[in-house]
Design a protein around this ligand. Structure first.
Ligand code: GLC
Length: 812
């Protein structure tokens, strides 16, 4: 099937007759559709997490499930006996999560949160076309759709068709730089969140690895259509009512990312084209002399000998372990690219070992499948086999240990097979057709590679993968692959990161500056600002692109990048808290405004975003050519609209409180990143010296934003290094400050509980109060209550300073 094509619904036969079938363990309903039959079985998943209906086309070539997307414990549940609906030819499946009524011609779903989904009104609700299955719902009342994995274009997916098929995008769409809305991409996550006119939300996850087509009103604006080419089609109906509820439930089903090492949250510098050991030393020195922290330097394919896996080109990298040790000594971690393809050549030990061990994918001819990647003819580990995963983990683990490499960057795992068609790549000793695991190749490579870190007993692995599937966040972070250095791709990266986050992949981000083509200083500056609070923050570009490190475009761009990157390091403790929250509850790091502000006016907003629930970022996303600066208050500013949700917001660039519920026309200087802080936020902030990846958070500032609301947060403190947090080694620190008044002191309460030493972190308050009418520098008093002891009143200073600049104003 070509990209952009679908199977026309009129080629399907739709259900006409339903009848209950009894089976000792899985009672269900059978529907007759033309000459074919489909069986529907219901299960209750978790306690109220989802109601699962598996639609099994009895004409499919294989009725077994192959998806590794959801956590094993949620792949099946309590079977629900269908109950005949009184007086109708219909059956009900009921659980805490939803009630699904199966009519002869489709499914009606009443979600526990209140949302309702009706079957296609024209009797085309469920059908078959040979091994293919179709399910259709009416989109009446649906006003927006989110998630669906990694998608370009806008955040709202309504009106779009989604091909759930992982591809090497550049290989298929060499013109991607000229497009800002293409499909598919590297990742497939067949999960959609629908928003209804009354503000309710509900989720649908299609738990199949096959190449599903998810049409959200593209062919017919009134219809949601999902088609599966083969195999069973399990549908998880996930209740809301809020966007947050659906996201949290989905991540409870698919799993959440464990907390990464702190260094992985910093700034990363990469380029395809760093070819010699000395370039890495020069990078280290240049970052230091530019006063820009960098947590990791990345080795792209040029470190290898002829692109052979787990080798180094010793002419260009004579002593890799010594090099990585030197970088580590400067606080810089290293990450190496790992492609799955093994060069097929006699004498290549890895190849021979894999061929002898039967670790590679087969072709229908009985031999090992051969594709074409960087080293030429390549064979591919069959990661569906446990023994291959063990072998891979061993080999990768050895390589990481011997080279002193800290993280693994898993690329070309869509899988990219160059000029060789991938359909001949078979799995499980050649027994399973390619389609069963195509979309899960990168996901299983990530699973196998994580095994390497477990062997090395590295408590917090860092892996980044290009391709992924539902649940890949359990094993790796995802970057959005090859994008282009243009303004459209900068804009697009926000929606892409939002939707990936809503699809469970909280730790993700784009190539900052753009991968293909030549960036200029203006675009690099704006992109570095915009992405500086993205979950994953890496500057990376193509070997043919002009170099795009922060210093390549003169002092002004360097200043802009320095401020943005340093700003991120100041906020790492806040970002760390968000990773903690993701692991605990499933919330994304970067969120759409509508995640916390349910008003209909926010449902399509994707040019400004939230980081956690406290910070709202509204970057400048247009060039000076497109949006020429005008002189405002004596300086050139570009203007954009900023939508402020209800409540009060502190404008960090101007040091002022603003009334929410309005849209501002906001001027942005070249060096400025507009950030607004929610009234009531308490933000941990690191003001100490920066030392690349090294993190010492014993003294933190706590920035308290209180106008009408008390400022509060819960800070989770752990050892920052091990996985002991998973065993409960976490202290819970509750911080709260009352709103300030001129006549009384602010009360700041810090209470800490937990198994770790109490008081290990010293929090110093910085107040952003709203003393209307008072002079901005009027003295403010606070008393601290900690462990039952109240300190005498202390004088504090109100601050209105520009926040992310390097200087930290004095405080009491
Ligand atoms: C792929 C990756 C890109 C990498 C290049 C060379 O295009 O997406 O990030 O630099 O391969 O390894």
């Amino acid at each position: 099937m070509f990209f952009g094509q679908r199977v026309h619904p009129l080629n399907f036969a739709f259900a006409q007759v339903t009848r209950a079938v009894s089976h000792p363990t899985s009672p269900g309903i059978e529907v007759q559709a033309g000459t074919g039959k489909l069986r529907l079985v219901g299960e209750a998943i978790g306690s109220g997490l989802a109601l699962k209906i598996t639609v099994t086309n009895l004409g499919a070539s294989d009725l077994a499930p192959y998806s590794d997307g959801l956590l094993p414990e949620h792949r099946s549940g309590r079977v629900i006996a269908p109950v005949p609906a009184p007086g109708r030819e219909a059956f009900d499946f009921s659980s805490e999560a939803a009630e699904v009524r199966l009519y002869t011609n489709g499914l009606r779903v009443a979600f526990a949160g209140g949302a309702r989904l009706e079957p296609a009104p024209d009797g085309t609700g469920i059908g078959q076309c040979g091994p293919q299955t179709i399910v259709r719902f009416s989109l009446a009342g649906v006003t927006a759709a989110y998630a669906v994995g990694e998608r370009t274009g806008r955040m709202n997916r309504l009106g779009k068709r989604h091909d759930c098929y992982t591809i090497d995008v550049v290989g298929v769409m060499p013109d991607l730089a000229a497009r800002n809305d293409y499909d598919p991409t590297y990742v497939s996550i067949p999960f959609v969140i629908l928003r209804f006119a009354d503000g309710q939300h509900a989720g649908l996850h299609f738990d199949s690895g096959e190449r599903l087509n998810l049409d959200l009103g593209a062919a017919d604006t009134s219809m949601l259509t999902v088609t599966a080419p083969d195999g069973p089609l399990p549908i998880y109906f996930i209740p809301g009512p809020t966007l947050r509820d659906v996201t949290r439930r989905f991540t409870a089903l698919a799993g959440r990312a464990p907390i990464p090492p702190t260094w992985a949250l910093g700034y990363h510098q990469c380029r395809w084209g760093y070819r010699r050991a000395d370039e890495f030393r020069a990078l280290r020195d240049r970052f230091a002399s530019s006063d820009i922290p960098v947590s990791a330097l990345w080795f792209d394919i040029d470190y290898m000998k002829g692109y052979r896996l787990f080798t180094w080109d010793k002419d260009r990298f004579p002593e890799p372990a010594a090099l990585t040790a030197e970088l580590n000594a400067a606080g810089i971690r290293t990450v190496a690219i790992i492609d799955p393809g093994v060069k097929r050549e006699a004498g290549n030990a890895l190849y021979e070992e894999g061929a002898t061990g039967g670790f590679f994918c087969r072709s229908p001819s009985g031999g090992d499948y051969v594709g074409e990647v960087w080293p030429g003819d390549t064979v591919f580990p069959d990661f569906t086999l446990e023994r291959t995963r063990r072998w891979w983990a061993q080999r990768l683990g050895n390589f990481l240990r011997e080279s002193g490499i800290d993280g693994a960057w898993l690329d070309m795992n869509d899988p990219a097979t160059g000029g060789s068609s991938c359909d001949e790549m078979l799995f499980n000793e050649g027994r399973l057709p390619h389609a069963r695991y195509h979309n899960q190749y990168g996901h299983l490579m990530a699973l196998a590679s994580r095994g390497a870190f477990e062997q090395l007993e590295r408590a917090r692995p860092f892996l980044l993968t290009r391709s992924g599937f539902t649940g890949t966040q359990r094993h790796a972070a995802i970057w959005t692959g090859d994008n282009a250095s243009n303004w459209d791709h900068l804009r697009m990266s926000i929606a892409e990161t939002i939707n990936l986050g809503l699809s469970g992949v909280a730790f993700n981000g784009p190539d900052v500056g753009g991968f293909l083509g030549h960036v200029d200083g203006e675009l690099l500056g704006r992109w570095t600002q915009a992405a500086s609070l993205f979950p994953f923050f890496r500057n990376h570009c193509d070997t043919n692109a002009r170099p795009q490190e922060p210093w390549q475009f003169g002092e002004r761009t360097l200043d802009i990048c320095r401020t943005a990157i340093r700003g991120r390091y100041r906020l790492l403790p806040y970002l760390y808290q968000l990773f903690f929250q993701h692991w605990l509850e499933g919330d994304p790091i970067l969120r759409p405004v509508c995640y916390h502000h349910p008003g209909a006016e926010f449902q399509h907003l994707d040019d400004q975003f939230l980081v956690g629930d406290a910070l709202m970022v509204a970057p400048m996303l247009q060039s000076r050519g497109e949006n020429p600066p005008v002189i405002a208050e004596g300086t050139p500013k570009q203007f954009r609209s900023v939508v402020l949700p209800p409540g009060r917001w502190f404008d960090l660039l101007h040091g002022r409180w603003l009334e929410g519920g309005q849209t501002l026309c906001y001027g942005v200087g070249a060096e400025e990143l507009p950030i607004f802080v929610r009234d009531g936020a308490a933000i941990p902030y690191y003001a100490g010296p920066l030392a690349n990846s090294r993190v010492v958070w014993r003294e933190l500032e706590i920035h308290l934003f209180t106008s009408r609301e008390p400022a509060r947060c819960t800070y989770l403190a752990d050892d920052l290094v091990t996985a002991a947090y998973q065993a409960g080694k976490v202290n819970v620190i509750n911080i709260e400050a009352t709103p300030a008044r001129l006549d009384t002191a602010v009360e700041l309460t810090i209470t800490e509980n937990g198994p770790l030493p109490i008081g290990a972190i010293d929090f110093r308050p910085v107040f952003y109060c709203d003393l209307t009418g008072a002079h901005a520098t009027a003295p403010l008093h606070y008393r601290m209550r900690a462990g039952g002891v109240v300190t005498p009143e202390v004088e504090a200073r109100l601050t209105t300073r520009r926040w992310l600049n390097q200087d930290i104003a004095a405080y009491a």
